[in-house]
Design a protein around this ligand. Structure first.
Ligand code: COA
Ligand code: MG
Length: 302
């Protein structure tokens, strides 16, 4: 059996903006926003008596011009009175992914995978999971491992700290000291099974400094990006989760060094007085790939 740790996705998920599906004005805005993905929320940001109206909004939105960004619909849990109708809507609208809230255990994902298979959903339709309950964090590894089950469709975890704080009593504090062990548990789980991980929302959208600090922290912890609640957060998330120029230059140097015929058969090379191992090559290629995706996007939107 291969001992290679699976690679995380090559997609850009630096900035994933949540938009309440009930908010028509916000929905109108998303075409012009520079986020990598949009989560259309049918869950916590939509009041129970507004769920049907929110679904109608999404029907109209998806009937319009394509978004050109990753599209994710956050449904209500299947255990709620809204879950079934939400999932039927997902099957009809065919976004890139469905985001399941409050995932506690592997079966929460695999039950939905089965339903999607029964409904002949296209293979490309992925499942994302909110890790936002104490059981979800405790079971993060087992849930991520469920992604290995054939047909599971599991692709990405999104941490939800508002729910997790509420359920555990951990206070909202700068630096998230008491939450870091749980956040790292999630990063470890996705890394073991080749999924992506998106860091939690930051509620105080007017505080750009504190938001930038939290992006830097999330990036340093190994998250791929951040779930956002407001357009004002997109720029900083793109900057802090995107590869910086220096890192791209270093990655290109690593690729060039191993392409050099003199490096054939070598597992370690010397680049400017620093040891670089062949295992860094895979990371370097992933980073350059993402940098190219970003460059392509900026040309397209120029
Ligand atoms: N997506 C797209 N556009 C958004 C947006 C979002 N998430 N949040 C705000 N906007 C738009 C507003 O519609 C507004 O546009 P307008 O000037 O044409 O009315 C503009 O950005 C400025 O918004 P602002 O006045 O600063 O905030 P607000 O009071 O309209 O909204 C929130 C503040 C927090 C209610 C809103 O940002 C929101 O609902 N965010 C998402 C919440 C969510 O998804 N929660 C569930 C996941 S935790
Ligand atoms: Mg939640």
């Amino acid at each position: 059996m291969s001992r290679q740790t699976p690679l995380r996705s090559a997609r850009l998920r630096r900035s994933v903006l949540s938009v309440p599906a009930i908010n028509g004005r916000a929905l109108q805005k998303v075409h012009d926003l520079d986020c990598d993905g949009v989560i259309f929320d049918l869950e916590d940001s939509v009041a129970p008596e507004k769920k049907a109206e929110a679904r109608e909004n999404l029907k109209a939105f998806f009937a319009g011009k394509p978004l050109g960004k990753e599209t994710i619909i956050r449904v209500n849990a299947l255990s709620t009175p809204f879950g079934r109708d939400d999932l039927d809507l997902v099957l009809r609208l065919n976004p890139d992914a469905v985001l399941l809230p409050k995932v506690d255990e592997p079966q929460d994902v695999l039950g939905v995978s089965d339903r999607l298979a029964e409904a002949d959903a296209p293979e490309e339709l992925r499942i994302w999971a909110m890790i936002e309950t104490p059981r979800g964090v405790l079971n993060a590894a087992a849930i991520a491992e469920a992604g290995r089950t054939p047909g599971s469709r599991l692709d990405c975890f999104v941490v939800g700290l508002n729910d997790l704080r509420k359920e555990t009593g951990v206070l909202q504090q700068p630096g998230r000291a008491y939450l870091v062990p749980w956040l790292m548990q999630v990063v470890l789980a996705v890394s073991a099974y080749g999924l992506d991980a998106v860091d939690s929302v930051f509620n105080d959208f007017k505080d750009q400094k504190a938001f930038a600090d939290e992006c830097l922290q999330g990036r340093a912890m190994g998250f791929d990006g951040k779930m956002l609640i407001h357009p004002a957060q997109i720029k900083a998330a793109n900057r802090h989760f995107g590869p910086d120029e220096q890192a791209v230059m270093e990655a290109e140097a690593i690729i060039a060094a191993f392409e050099d015929p003199a490096a054939a058969g070598l597992n370690v090379v010397n680049i400017g007085g620093r040891m670089v191992e062949r295992l860094h090559l895979v990371q370097a290629e992933a980073l350059v790939h993402k940098a190219r995706l970003i460059a392509k996007r900026s040309i397209a939107s120029a």
